[in-house]
Write a protein that binds this ligand. Structure first.
Ligand code: SF4
Length: 168
């Protein structure tokens, strides 16, 4: 299953808890002023890669707590990323997914798009919402602006409302 990525980091400690394999999905429509990754916006940019290849790279990495799927906007390519997230969870790793869409946006999108729902359901944590320059806060762990929330996906689904997760 093919997708376009802006890049990977095989070992990161700044994209979620513990050591993480990070996939930067290519393509984003949010156009947040002040975005640090405008090279990820063009959906035709980046590099084509098979999700199966990314899984093999995850398997080859050591000491991982999980993977982080960020971008760009991961939910523009939900099918291959949902597949990757599901396979990674079978290895006992966790999944942090970033999105410029809010939790509420993604729930609404999930009603119409099965793959969006799959990627959401395959994520343990969602860091949601666009980067808002006026709410930029360099002190925040794992996110750039104070509107963005770190949500516990299973707990949010169970509660029927967004439930914040606290990892540092
Ligand atoms: S969602 Fe992320 S990648 Fe997309 S424009 Fe906003 S900050 Fe940049």
């Amino acid at each position: 299953m093919e997708l376009r990525i802006a890049g990977i980091i095989s070992e990161s400690v700044v994209d979620g808890p513990g050591y993480r394999f990070v996939v930067f999905a290519q393509g984003c429509r949010h156009a947040c002023p002040g975005c640090h990754n405008p090279h990820t916006w063009d959906p035709a940019g980046g590099t084509a890669v098979r999700a199966e290849e990314l899984l093999e790279q995850v398997k080859a990495a050591r000491m991982l707590k999980g993977i982080t799927i960020t971008g760009g906007e991961p939910f523009l390519q939900p099918a291959p990323l949902a597949w990757l997230a599901r396979e990674v969870k079978k290895l006992g790793l966790d999944v942090v997914t970033y999105s410029g869409y809010t939790w509420e946006d993604l729930l609404a999108m999930s009603q119409k798009k099965k793959d969006v729902k799959e990627l959401l359901l395959s994520s343990d944590y969602l860091v949601d919402g666009p980067f808002i320059l006026a709410e930029k806060d360099l002190e925040l762990p794992f996110r750039g602006s104070s509107n963005q929330r770190i949500l516990d996906v299973p707990q949010s689904l169970q509660a029927g409302r967004p439930v914040k997760a606290y990892f540092s």
